[in-house]
Write a new protein. Structure first.
Length: 162
C-alpha cells in the first residue's frame, strides 16, 4: 500500500520547524506550516501570557490557509511546541476543523524541559477516530544525537524511511 505522508506543524521561534524539516528529510511527503491568521507577538513574555489565556479558554484561532487535499494522506505527522504543557492553539484549531478519522497521526513536539506533557493525550482527544502512534519529543532545537533518535523511533513505529 502506498503511504501518503503529510507533516503539519506550528512554530513560534523555529524549533518545531527545524524538527519538522528533519523528519521530512527522513520520511518524505508534504510539509505544511500551520499559521494563525493573526501572528503571535514576538515578545516571549507577551506570547506566554496570550497563550495561557487562549489555552485556558479553549480558544482556537482562525488559520491562514487550508490544505486542499487532506483526504489523500493516510499518515499525518502533527508537530507543536509544548505550550503550557499542551499543543499550541493553532494546532488545536487545525485538528478540530479537519476530520482525520481513519488516519494515522504521529505527534511530535519540541519543548523547554517539560517533555510531551499532555500533548499526545490532547491530540488523541481531538482525533478520537484516528490511530495515534508513539510521539517524538526533543528539547529546544534538538541536540547532536537527534538523527539516530529519530531513526530509532521511526523504526519502532513502523514508518518507512524514504
Ligand atoms: C507560550 C509558550 C508556552 C510554553 N510552555 C512550555 C511548557 O509548558 N513546557 C515546556 O517545556 N516548554 C514550554 N515552552 C517552551 C517551548 O516549548 C520551546 O521553546 C519550544 O521548543 C518552542 O518551539 P518553537 O521554536 O517551534 O516555537 C513554552 C513556550 C511558549 C512560547
Amino acid at each position: 500500500m502506498s503511504d501518503h505522508v503529510l507533516l503539519v506543524y506550528f512554530t513560534h521561534s523555529g524549533n518545531t520547524r527545524k524538527l519538522a524539516e528533519l523528519l521530512h528529510e527522513k520520511v518524505g511527503g508534504e510539509l505544511f506550516e500551520i499559521q494563525p491568521e493573526i501572528p503571535y507577538p514576538d515578545s516571549y513574555n507577551t506570547v506566554v501570557e496570550q497563550a495561557k489565556k487562549e489555552i485556558r479558554d479553549g480558544y482556537k484561532p482562525a488559520l491562514k490557509s487550508e490544505i486542499g487535499n487532506l483526504e489523500s494522506y493516510n499518515t499525518i505527522f502533527v508537530g507543536s511546541p509544548n505550550w503550557w504543557s499542551t499543543i499550541a492553539p493553532p494546532v488545536a484549531a487545525f485538528l478540530s476543523k479537519n476530520d482525520l478519522s481513519g488516519k494515522t497521526i504521529v505527534p511530535f513536539c519540541t519543548h523547554g524541559g517539560g517533555g510531551l506533557a499532555r500533548i499526545e493525550r490532547d491530540i488523541t482527544k481531538l482525533c478520537p477516530q484516528s490511530t495515534v502512534l508513539e510521539s517524538f519529543e526533543v528539547y529546544g532545537s534538538a541536540g547532536g544525537n537527534v538523527h539516530s533518535k529519530i531513526t530509532d523511533w521511526l523504526q519502532r513505529i513502523g514508518v518507512a524511511l524514504q
